[in-house]
Design a protein around this ligand. Structure first.
Ligand code: NAI
Length: 461
């Protein structure tokens, strides 16, 4: 039986990062993956969606070409060929999967393809072979939730998995769930001319996003023709329609395709909590801040522990788990985790919302800088949105940043660094930002927290 210091179950952004880090720290590592290296993120999530969105963005820009002084674009014949878009997506994904393979091999990580099963805390089985292990890292990810709606198993119902592989656009699509996946798909399909409707059971779509930010995104989606139904309960799915109760009234909505995006649940393939005595809570493996489970030498990282369900959290949890296996004393901190939505305009946030900060600190400062006062945003024709900073009022330490607007998903990294370093608005306002860039809006928002923004009259009111 072959022996390993660490076995990682699952090759997603949690698992493969953990495997590489463990190898870098001198351990003998085996990674076991049942499908594709890179996991959901690389194969059926983050990377494919953003590749599709890139094609949509170019299509949108070309349609808008006249606004930029470009003549001769016949928008009547301009067409988004989904089969060709998918071809490029596959190339990007395949290149990245090969890259992950190369990184693992280069770090001398052993790779085995097959569905692994934990036998006990020092043995796993893959494809009929047993491996002796000192430590196990469970990184088996998550799968889409299918709510118990009659007709949910019908051929017209898909999840994000199948949604990402469509070769043709449907005429109409109903999206059940107005969360991150629902909104990103609504964006892709609406821009391509599909009649999109969202059915969200809460009073708002994106219920976890800052309210003002969410409102801007809702307006933009509605401008694109997306119909948003809130307080909506889908009662039944039929061949060409869905029946939904909205604010207590039941109606029928004709629709060709239905995409379900009501959240994801941990996937415990190869892990039998009852047999192993592994603690779980609402289907997720319970872990502490070192990423350890209740069983010695077994760690759980990424979506399977249900804590944050984001690729970048999973990767950091992987590094923390491995450092603890190596005898360091590393703890996972969930306070400063950025969240991004790749919509038009983009959305991002980190830290506390206004309400959370007010609850914790009472007296807080909340300041906004609108992109309409930023030169680069105007050049880009993306002046909708703002940077909103939440700070405590004594030292003006940054507690949260919420952005909707151009390159929001890139800009948020500055706030992440600032918050990790416990920076104050004053220190950040003193940092010279390059001109002309949209990042100047960050500096302006920090100026506004300190006293007044330069390129805005809002602080004079
Ligand atoms: P989500 O939790 O973000 O949103 C699900 C939405 O569905 C919620 O608004 C909820 O109120 C609603 N809902 C639940 N049951 C419903 C029902 N029966 N009828 C109507 N509405 C219902 O989940 P989502 O969008 O499926 O995403 C899954 C995970 O993937 C999330 O953890 C998300 O953070 C992650 N993800 C992250 C992305 C990113 O970082 N850009 C992109 C896509 C997914």
């Amino acid at each position: 039986m072959e022996h390993f210091d660490v076995v990682v179950l699952g090759g997603g952004p949690g698992g493969y990062v953990a495997a590489i880090k463990a190898a870098q720290l001198g351990m003998k590592v085996l990674i076991c993956e049942q499908e594709h290296l890179g996991g959901v993120c690389l194969n059926k999530g983050c990377i494919p969606t953003k590749t599709l969105l890139k094609s949509i963005k170019i299509y949108k820009d070309i349609k808008n070409a006249a606004k930029f002084g470009i003549e001769g674009v016949n928008t009547e014949v301009l067409k988004l060929n989904l089969a060709l878009v998918q071809q490029r997506k596959r190339q990007v994904v395949e290149q990245l999967v090969r890259g992950v393979h190369g990184l693992l091999k280069g770090n001398k990580v052993h790779i085995v393809f097959g569905s692994g099963e934990i036998i006990n805390n020092n043995q796993i089985k893959v494809n009929g072979s047993d491996y002796k292990v000192k430590n196990i890292i469970i990184a088996t990810g998550s799968v889409p939730i299918l709510p118990p709606i009659p007709g949910i198993g019908g051929p017209n119902v898909i999840t994000s998995n199948e949604g990402l592989d469509l070769e043709e656009f449907p005429e109409s699509m109903a999206i059940i769930g107005g969360g991150v996946i629902g909104v990103e798909f609504a964006q892709i399909f609406a821009e391509a001319g599909v009649r999109v409707s969202i059915f969200e059971m809460q009073p708002y779509i994106l219920p976890t996003v800052d309210e003002e930010v969410g409102q801007i995104l809702r307006n933009e989606l509605e401008k694109k023709g997306v119909k948003i139904f809130v307080n909506a309960k889908v009662k039944e799915i039929l061949a060409n329609e869905i029946i939904a109760e909205i604010n207590g009234n039941e109606s029928k909505f004709p629709v060709q395709q239905i995409l379900v995006a009501v959240g994801r649940k941990p996937s415990l393939t190869g892990v039998n909590p009852d047999v192993l005595g592994l603690h779980t809570e609402r289907g997720a493996i319970v872990t502490d801040k070192t990423m350890a489970t209740n069983l010695s030498h077994i760690y759980a990282i990424g979506d399977v522990n249900g804590k944050s369900m984001l690729a970048h959290t999973a990767s950091m949890e992987g590094i923390i788990a491995v450092e603890n296996i190596a005898g360091h004393n590393s703890k996972m901190d969930y306070k400063v985790i950025p969240q991004c939505i790749y919509s038009f305009p983009e959305v991002s946030s980190v830290g506390m919302s206004e309400a959370e900060a007010r609850d914790k600190y009472g007296d807080i400062l909340v300041k906004k800088f609108h992109f309409r006062g930023n030169g680069k945003a105007l050049i880009e024709d993306q002046q909708i949105g703002f940077v909103k900073v939440v700070a405590e009022s004594k030292y003006k330490e940054i507690l949260g940043v919420h952005i909707v607007g151009p390159q929001a998903t890139e800009l948020i990294a500055e706030a992440v660094v600032a918050m990790n370093l416990e920076a104050t608005a004053e220190e950040l306002a003193q940092c010279i930002h390059p001109h002309p860039t949209v990042s100047e809006s960050m500096q302006e928002a920090f100026h506004s927290v300190v006293d007044k923004a330069i390129h805005s009259l809002d602080d004079l009111k």
